[in-house]
Design a protein around this ligand. Structure first.
Ligand SMILES: [Mg+2]
Length: 341
């Protein structure tokens, strides 16, 4: 329905003059246990008793018998908890590129799970619904449940539920915007999504639609975007993304967009909250220095950059923010985590 609206809007504008002369309404119908990531020794001192099994994964357990016969056990590292991390994994460029799995990535996800790490998949993908994307990832061999996948569309629902919104987004995610009243005019907010490699992008970000969005901003609507990425990596090379449209509307209307997906602090905070993790003890793994590394560091997370997807060596050398670690691909992450946590 949404796609047909965009087409009919364009046709209406072309044939009858003023665009969007009629109001169209649209609906979206069509503990975990706390796990420290710190390498800092966790020290417990206790009287030895039968309920103090050190556990098979513990290391460096030392005991001392006092002159009075009391045994004190000091555990300087408890692997069964201390080495289990909360890890956020970017999707595009980390798990796959253009629908082709990155070699070893699926096995790495499985190994991270086997090692007890808590995972959440965080994506700025705006061209497929969460269910579609989860299905595609499963078809590529990844173990993933729908509710482990955090999308920018879900963040939009959190921020805009109940509001009248002019949404320039791909049709595929309209179902994920349930709770938002999608309108053609009289909007309280304008929401921009991302581009994809199909002709639908031409329709969503047509001049008429951007001009309609500009008009709504001039009338007082707030500007939101699912992300403002400049480009994304495809198997054919870098592809122009919709961040330029966000910047264009900001420039024209003299406003500043609110980013809902990465690198917004609220997006990362929500992901950490879903894992019941302290951001300072959680890790973000991504291929994007801006959206992934700088964004996650903004709320105090530790970060790992992969040399796949959008990774560019010269960008790392120029960047003011540096990740805590760099690995060749997700395949190397389990070993890196084992060595550094
Ligand atoms: Mg990415």
């Amino acid at each position: 329905m949404f796609r047909s609206w965009l087409r009919s809007s364009w046709a209406t504008a072309r044939n009858t003059g003023p665009a969007f002369a009629t109001t169209r309404r649209f609906c979206a119908s069509d503990s975990a246990a706390d796990a420290s990531t710190s390498k800092v020794a966790s020290t417990r001192v206790s009287d030895f008793c039968a309920c103090w099994p050190p556990g098979p994964l513990e290391r460096d357990v030392r005991s001392r018998i006092s002159p009075g016969g009391m045994t004190t056990v000091r555990v300087t590292r408890i692997d069964s908890e201390a080495s289990m991390a909360a890890i956020l994994l970017d999707v595009d460029g980390v798990l796959h590129v253009s629908g082709e799995a990155i070699p070893g990535a699926a096995d790495a996800v499985a190994e991270l799970r086997e090692n007890g790490h808590r995972l959440r998949f965080v994506t700025n993908t705006t061209t497929r619904s969460r269910a579609q994307l989860a299905n595609e990832l499963r078809s590529l061999g990844f173990e993933i449940e729908d509710d482990e996948l955090q999308t920018a569309a879900a963040a939009a629902v959190e921020a805009l539920a109940g509001k009248r919104v002019l949404a320039l987004t791909m049709h595929a995610i309209v179902g994920d915007l349930e709770g938002i009243e999608l309108v053609g005019e009289g909007a309280e907010a304008v929401l921009l999504g991302g581009a994809d490699e199909t002709p639908e992008t031409n329709l969503v970000f047509s001049y008429m639609n951007l001009a309609r969005a500009f008009a709504e901003l001039e009338l007082g609507a707030d500007l939101y975007c699912l992300h403002r990425n400049r480009w994304w990596q495809t198997k054919h090379g870098p592809q122009f993304d919709a961040g330029a449209y966000v910047a264009g509307l900001e420039y024209a209307a003299g406003v500043e967009a609110i980013v809902l997906g990465k690198p917004s602090a609220s997006y990362f905070a929500a992901a950490c909250k879903a894992l019941d993790a302290d951001p300072h003890m959680a890790w973000m793994v991504g291929d994007d220095l801006e959206s992934d590394v700088a964004g996650a560091q903004g709320i105090g997370m530790k970060t790992i950059l992969v040399r796949t997807g959008k990774f560019r060596p010269d960008a790392v050398e120029r960047a003011r923010t540096q990740p805590d670690g760099i690995v060749s691909s997700l395949r190397q992450l389990p070993q890196w985590i084992e060595e550094h946590l």
